[in-house]
Design a protein around this ligand. Sequence first.
Ligand code: BEZ
Ligand code: FE
Length: 288
Amino acid sequence: MRNLDENTITQAVIERNEKIQDDRLRHVMASLVQHLHTFARDVQLTEKEWEKGIEFLTAVGQICTPTRQEFILLSDTLGLSTLVTAQNHKKPENCTEATVFGPFHVADVPMVDLGADISNGMKGVPFYVKGTVRGVDGEPIPNATIEAWHADEDGFYDVQDPNLIGCKGRAVMQADSNGAYHFKTIMPECYPIPHDGPVGKMLEAFKRHPWRPAHLHFMLSAPGYERLVTHIFREGSNYLESDAVFGVRSSLVCDWVHHESGVTPYGEQTGKPFVTTEYNFILNREKN
Ligand code: BEZ
Ligand code: FE
């Protein structure tokens, strides 16, 4: 195959890839090449721009470590994560909506009892969270696995602390026999996504801010139900309308009720402020 030009190169690449054995991979690659080339034609990409793009992607790769995933930040800030989440989690209207996973989840965190304080010494106002896990027909999901993780009052996750020992502001628990859950932690605040790398530079160049509204991450699972990765957001938080990663859904915004003092949900009298919230999750049935 010789003398390929701007009109024939796309089909040539697609044909060269025709021997890909896996049908799905062949289809995805043909579409990717088609769209990539269409993009370059569309904007009449210059050589300088192509070089800049390569430099940018190289920098994105170079800053990645096991705890710094710049490609996820890039996907999130370009809205790709929200698009992929939305098209893969179409479900009945009453189900709890999914949102972005983010880069701060940690696998294999310890299992705690219901009611535990998962803050493990993290800084912030005491926060009491409770609710239920049910299926679409309203059936309680006994023993559903509930994983929660969140930032502290300064907007940092435990894994962003280089001196961290153990884990803070994250845990796995199991709902009780009625699908109910509750735990104590501290109230997470708004925070900027890591913006000291190429994605941060990109946001700055585009006159975009890196902030996320205050939220708590959840991952819920139970046999026979679709796994749900989601957040709950604080009603009234800053950035609900301009989340840097496009993750806010109205159905996930709930009241985080401030109490100046009084009796906590755990029956303790306190002279200090605390916050309470309740969120009831509805899981979709697993697809066969
Ligand atoms: C997060 O909420 O943890 C997050 C999501 C996307 C990018 C950065 C952080
Ligand atoms: Fe987060």
